[in-house]
Ligand binder design. Sequence first.
Ligand code: FEO
Length: 392
Amino acid sequence: MIVKEIADGIYFMGAMHWDRRIFDELISLPDGTSYNAYLIKDEKVALIDTVDPSKEDELLKELEKMDIERIDYIISHHTEQDHSGGIPAVMEKYKEARVIASKLGKELLKEHLLIPENKIKDVDDGEALSLGKRNLQFISAPWVHWPETMLSYLKEDKILFTCDLFGSHLATSRIYADENPRIYEAAKRYYAEIMMPFRKKIRKHLDRIRNMEIKMIAPSHGPIYRKPETILNAYEEWISDEVKKEVVVAYVSMHGSVEKMVKHFIKALEKNDMSYKLFNLPVTDIGELAMTLVDASTLVLATPTVLGGMHPLALYAFYLANALNPKTKFVSLIISYGWGGKAVEQAKSLFKLKAEIIEPVIAKGHPKQEDYEALNRLAEEIAKKHNEAGIT
Ligand code: FEO
């Protein structure tokens, strides 16, 4: 665990999980992650969030090394166990500690961590907690990314503790974002995987945060921002409706027909001066695909037909795109089939994005001249739609 004093009496306590490679058994972590707790030593002692249960021993050991004999408050911003999982162990050692959470947070802590009700104090939006010389103010921030989430603002030091919001899955010994050249990419990947489905909600939180005087943003994953505008500006860009002129082409090919069509299609995109990014789904890091969808204008999914529907890997990518709800403006399909062509109907019935569907290209068996011509028309149509929408 890395412990550093970030302001007078305020400590970053980050458990680095260097070798964790998957989160929620779903999200890949190429750079590991960290679980950051923060300790505030004032007349009262407050611990802001804890760590994943796998790292709770490290947290307890560091608290002992720091001669912390009493913890008055454990602030639980968010009940997901990578932050709350260490609370029972901390409470076991620091018996006087009371947990502070939002109203819904209290209910979830009782359900998920089995913390007794009388040990949790719930707080309202805007309520403040005096620690002595300092005051923590709680800010309700539902849906970043659970419904119970709150942030806290240390008024005197102007530090905003944001838990998952503005986080990044990045294990690093450099605890400040400005010391990590790759922070933008890590933060964008994190936004894509965790926050993107909630971008409309984040808009409201961002407006509120913009009206606060903030010197430091201290999330519970990844580095701290000493220049809050960096991450606030990045989020403004990601959650905006602006898209880049880029076609994401995600494909899977079993016997080569789809691959031939995709290769022809990207050449047609080039002829139409369209930039694109190609993902071969069997070898794709799905986090990379999600990150590209943050601001790409168009998604084209190419798949063979298997057992009457899309190939399962294409179905998964399609499902994920629906769930992540990117701001993609146009979507189309390239499909190959042998005898039963139901993949398009399946895709259309599952489609939930607000994007416009451009007529798919469907080929029976090996692509033929008319199929290549249809792919040319698809590329031309995509370019035309971009021009009409003024996407440059
Ligand atoms: Fe980092 Fe939603 O927990």
